[in-house]
Design a protein around this ligand. Sequence first.
Ligand code: ADP
Ligand code: ADP
Length: 238
Amino acid sequence: MLAISDLVVRYPKADENALNHVNLTFKKGEFVCVLGKSGAGKSTFIRTINRLQPLTTGNVTWEGTNLTELPETKMRSFRSDMVMIFQHFNLIPRMTVFQNTLTGSFGKRPTYKNILGLFSEEEQRRALEAIKEVGLEKHANKRVEALSGGQKQRVGIARALLQDPKILLGDEPVASLDPTTSRKIFELLKRIHEERELLSIINIHDVHLAKEFATRIVAFRDGQLIFDGKPNEVDDHV
Ligand code: ADP
Ligand code: ADP
């Protein structure tokens, strides 16, 4: 279980809290979409979970461990339970699909050899399997700069899978994609979510897509949690 309690985030020099006393708990198996207008606090929320963003006060607890108090060295093994996929994919453009996917091994176990770009046969086998899982086997040796947006996000997902995650975090992963491609990416995410029994928490500004795929929706406005419930109960203008 992931518990977020009394979470407050205030950016330096900001007049108001980006997140204001947020309380939420999530369970394995939930496919959560996070809604809210631009500036509502969605991205801050997602990034606070894996400590990409420091919190001001409050706690994030994962499977009984309070992550807030952990020193960075101990945070590493917990952070590897969580993967993040991004709006702009965060890939290395001149590297191939295979090479980008392999870098997911860093998250799980950064070794001296990995840093030199040397990956074990097992890591390479798993990279190829992940590439297959996202449907990119024909493109494994292409540089990612030559791919479409949807294909790039598939590489982001394959890289995430190498980390063998328990929590999948998405910070607007389809915001740069057209509607058809966005739906296909969500279909892929939902399939992986179910096969691997993940907890998925994904920011999205498309209410309709969220309603179609989510098992639960939470929404923010001006840093306040304004909705937490079933997809069919959420207002289309949230
Ligand atoms: P969303 O993802 O819903 O668009 P954000 O989490 O990005 O919202 O932003 C929430 C609030 O925090 C907004 O008022 C935004 O302007 C502010 N904010 C976000 N990032 C920073 C930052 N690095 N420094 C200062 N303020 C920020
Ligand atoms: P299947 O391949 O039978 O659907 P899974 O859903 O468990 O089984 O795995 C999906 C893909 O991810 C597989 O192709 C598999 O090789 C790869 N994979 C398996 N275990 C791991 C792991 N621990 N970390 C990352 N990828 C894995």
